[in-house]
Design a protein. Sequence first.
Lengths: 70, 265
Amino acid sequence: MNDSIDVLVNGEPRTVARGVTLLALLRSLELDPRAVVVEHNRAIVRRPMLGDVTVAAGDAIELVHFVGGG
Amino acid sequence: MTAAVDAIRDTPFVVGGHTFHSRLMVGTGKYRDNETMARAIEASGAEVVTVAVRRVDLDRSKETGILHHLDPNRFFLLANTAGCFTADDAVRYARLAREAGFNEFVKLEVIGDQETLLPDVQGLLEAARTLAKDGFKVLAYTNEDLVTALRLEDAGCAAVMPLASPIGSGLGLLNPYGVRTIKRRLGVPVVVDAGVGTASDACVTMEQGVDGILMNTALAAARDPVAMAHAMRLAVEAGRTAYLAGRMPRREVAVPSSPLEGMLD
């Protein structure tokens, strides 16, 4: 069984380790969990739950934050 | 402010149960650099600053976030749903923004036309109802149409934000009557959003009696954004104070200011 899976992060294909949590994914991308909001397959995952949610093959993950706007 | 102006009693500016000390709200987009933005916001005296929700840039994520340049403890962050063309998208963006954990306020935009960025009134009402029921304090960006504004108030919006003119156009207040009528008829605060180009536009807008103004491009695209921010601060204060002072009646004929008596033969 392959140890890595393909997912979509912010619309881009990425290969991540099987069984990785959202929190571990953020860490691997060097993102501070307090500075981003995570949407997993269209559902918001609150910060305290990030370490409990495991990423599966084909999942779509959106990582957003505040930028300049009017 | 001088003591004379202090004597003019103004009502507090309250939106969604939160009292704000400045009637000028500013955006954070389109500045040439973040330092200019920070200085302009400082000069504007604004407390409410708007921000947009966007994907983190995974290649340069350390720098793109606005909160590296703006202290969220000093400013009230008002997230927008700019760029959303459907009610569903706007609701999705609003929920993501709320999850950032600052407040439950959202500047709701549902855009209906790419060229003019005018609102999709139907989508706007739908999103406003959904978000208000979900506990959001909705500030709805809309056109200067009274009936839409009334429907938005009925939908549970905390404030209604009619445009002065299209976003980023700088055309100033095109329909003073429309904006004035909305202010007269609504119970919730009316904050004019978009289209103000220079200080006189801000002043005239505030003279209509509206509760506040939100602007972005007028500052960001000025030759000197910091100086323009200062001018806008003064203009908003001037316009508000003039409104409270009550202007003289307009007359079609001249009325002399000097006595008619005592003229020489």
